[in-house]
Design a protein around this ligand. Structure first.
Ligand code: UD1
Ligand code: CA
Length: 466
C-alpha cells in the first residue's frame, strides 16, 4: 500500500475518561490504546503513519518507544474537533491516497482497513460502518431510500425518532484520495451542537457531488473507547480474540484466562481459568499454568508446572520446574530447571539452582540456593538488618532443617546440615552440621501429673456451677 498514508487522530481531550492520563495512553490488554490502530496501519505496509496528538510528551514518547521513526506525530492545538484534526494530519500527507481513522478504536483489524481501501478505489469516499447492537453515542449513517449514503449525523444532532432508530453507525474510518479529503475538510463548518469541526461532515460534502460507499464491518471492530465502561468492553473483546488466536496456535486456554497482547505462549501450553499473563511474559512449550496464577514479565522454560494461585513478577523459571500452589516470586528471582517451590514460599533477588527444593513456608530473599539443596519448612532468610540487605549462600546439596533462620550475610557450605530450629549467624563449612537451639530436658511422669491436675480443676469448676 505504498500510495497510502494512514492518519490516526488522537488529539482529543478524552474528558469522558475522567483521568489525568491522555485517553489514548490508557492500556488495554497490555498496550496503550493508540498502539492498536497504529499497528493495524503498519500491518498494511502503508507508506507512512501520521498520528495527530495534543502534543502531550508522553504520547510522543510512547509512540517512539513502540514504533521508532516509522510513525510521525503532528500537533493539533487546540482540539477543535475531528475535522480539524484531520486537516492538521492531511497537511503532512504526500501520498495519492489517505486513510483517516481514530486512535480510540482499538479493535479495528488490518483486514478491514484493507477492504476499506479497496472499496475507496471504486468510489469518491469509502467509510466503515457497522450494525451496532446499541447505537447510542455513535454517529448514524443516513441513507437515501435507494440505499445511497447521504451523510453521517452525530447522536446529539439527530432530529427525528426515525433517525435515532437507525442502527447503522459510523465506525470512524475513512479512505479516499488525499485531494478529495483535503478539499472536503477545507469546507467544514462548525454547524453542530458541539461547535466543533466534525470530520463526519465530509461525507455529506462528498455525497452531494460524488459517490460514497459505506462498508459494513463487524460490530466488535467499531467499539470506540470514550469512557472506562467502553474501555472494559473493548478489552474483554480483545482478550477473547487473543484466546481464539492462541487456541489456533496450539495453546489450550480455558475459561476466562486473560492474556495480554504483548505476551507470547508456545504451543502445548495449558492455561486454566483465571490465569493472568501480563507484560513481556514468555511461556515455553508444554507449560501448565493453573487457576488464578498471575505472571508479569516472567519467562518460563519448557514444561514448567505452575500450580494454582502463584504470583510471579520479573523473574525466570527453568524447564520442568514446579512452582506453587501459592508461591510468590518477586522480581529478579531465577528459578532453575527442575527446582521445586511449594506453598507459601516467597523469593526475591534469589537464584534457586537446578533441582533445589523449598516445598513449604519459606522466605528466600537475596539468596543463592545451591543445586539439589533442600530448604525445610518454615526457613527464613533474614536478609535485612533494618538498614541494608545482605546475601545468603547455600551450597549444593545442603540441607536446611525446618524452622531455621539464616541471618545474612551468611554462607552454608556444600553438603552441610543445619539442624531444625537453628539460627545460623556464622558461616557453616562444607559438610558440617550446625545446630544452635536450646537443649531439651525430659521430666519423667510430669506429663501425666499435669493431666491429672487439669482434670481435677475442671471437675471442681463444674461442681461449683451446678
Ligand atoms: C466519533 C465520530 C462518530 C463515530 C465515533 C466512532 C465525529 C464527529 N464523530 O465520535 O461519528 O461514530 O467516533 O468511534 O468524528 N480527536 C482529535 N481532535 C479533536 C477531537 C477528537 O484528534 O479535536 C480524536 C480523539 O482523540 C479520538 C478521535 O478523534 O481518538 C474521535 O474523537 P471522539 O471525541 O472520541 O469522537 P466520538 O464522539 O467518539
Ligand atoms: Ca470516540
Amino acid at each position: 500500500m505504498k500510495d497510502v498514508t494512514a492518519v490516526v487522530l488522537a488529539a482529543g481531550l478524552g474528558t469522558r475518561m475522567k483521568s489525568a492520563l491522555p485517553k489514548v495512553l490508557h492500556r488495554i490488554a497490555g498496550r496503550p490504546l493508540i498502539e492498536f490502530p497504529v499497528r493495524a496501519a503498519l500491518e498494511l505496509d502503508v507508506a507512512a503513519v501520521v498520528v495527530v496528538t495534543s502534543g502531550h510528551p508522553d504520547i510522543e514518547a510512547s509512540l517512539t518507544q513502540a514504533f521508532g521513526p516509522k510513525v510521525v506525530t503532528v500537533v493539533q492545538d487546540p482540539p477543535r474537533g475531528t475535522g480539524d484534526a484531520a486537516r492538521v494530519g492531511l497537511a503532512r500527507v504526500s501520498t495519492e491516497r489517505t486513510l483517516v481513522f481514530y486512535g480510540d478504536t482499538p479493535l479495528v483489524t488490518a483486514r478491514e482497513l484493507e477492504q476499506l481501501l479497496a472499496e475507496s478505489r471504486n468510489a469518491d469516499l469509502a467509510l466503515l460502518s457497522a450494525l451496532a447492537p446499541d447505537p447510542a453515542g455513535y454517529g448514524r449513517v443516513l441513507r437515501a431510500p435507494d440505499g445511497r449514503v447521504l451523510e453521517i449525523r452525530e447522536q446529539r444532532d439527530l432530529q427525528t425518532d426515525a433517525e435515532r432508530a437507525v442502527r447503522e453507525v459510523n465506525a470512524g474510518m475513512y479512505a479516499a484520495t488525499t485531494s478529495v479529503l483535503s478539499q472536503a475538510v477545507a469546507q467544514l463548518q462548525p454547524m453542530n451542537a458541539q461547535g466543533e469541526l466534525y470530520l463526519t461532515d465530509v461525507v455529506a460534502t462528498v455525497a452531494a457531488r460524488g459517490r460514497v460507499v459505506a462498508l459494513v464491518g463487524s460490530a466488535d471492530s467499531l467499539v470506540g473507547v470514550n469512557d472506562r465502561a467502553q474501555l472494559r468492553e473493548a478489552e474483554e473483546l480483545l482478550f477473547e480474540r487473543i484466546r481464539g488466536r492462541l487456541g489456533r496456535e496450539g495453546v489450550l486456554v480455558r475459561g476466562d484466562a486473560r492474556i495480554d497482547d504483548t505476551v507470547s505462549v508456545a504451543p502445548g501450553a495449558e492455561l486454566e481459568a483465571g490465569v493472568r499473563l501480563r507484560g513481556t511474559t514468555r511461556i515455553g512449550p508444554d507449560c501448565r499454568i493453573d487457576v488464578g496464577s498471575v505472571l508479569t514479565d516472567v519467562t518460563l522454560g519448557a514444561g514448567v508446572n505452575v500450580k494454582p494461585y502463584s504470583v510471579m513478577s520479573a523473574s525466570s523459571v527453568g524447564d520442568r520446574a514446579e512452582i506453587g500452589p501459592f508461591s510468590h516470586l518477586r522480581p529478579d528471582s531465577e528459578i532453575e530447571a527442575e527446582a521445586h517451590l511449594g506453598n507459601f514460599v516467597e523469593t526475591k533477588k534469589t537464584r534457586v539452582r537446578r533441582g533445589a527444593k523449598a516445598n513449604h513456608l519459606a522466605y528466600l530473599g537475596d539468596a543463592d540456593i545451591g543445586e539439589r539443596a533442600n530448604v525445610g519448612a518454615g526457613t527464613i532468610v533474614c536478609n535485612y538488618d533494618g538498614f541494608q540487605k545482605h546475601r545468603t549462600v547455600v551450597g549444593a546439596e545442603a540441607f536446611i532443617g525446618s524452622d531455621s533462620q539464616l541471618v545474612a550475610p551468611v554462607t552454608v557450605g556444600k553438603g552441610a546440615f543445619v539442624a531444625s530450629g537453628t539460627t545460623v549467624t556464622e558461616d557453616v563449612p562444607d559438610g558440617a552440621l550446625a545446630i544452635g537451639r536450646a537443649r531439651q530436658e525430659n521430666k519423667p511422669g510430669k506429663g501425666a501429673e499435669l493431666k491429672a491436675r487439669f482434670a481435677e480443676a475442671a471437675r471442681q469448676a463444674k461442681q461449683k456451677k451446678g
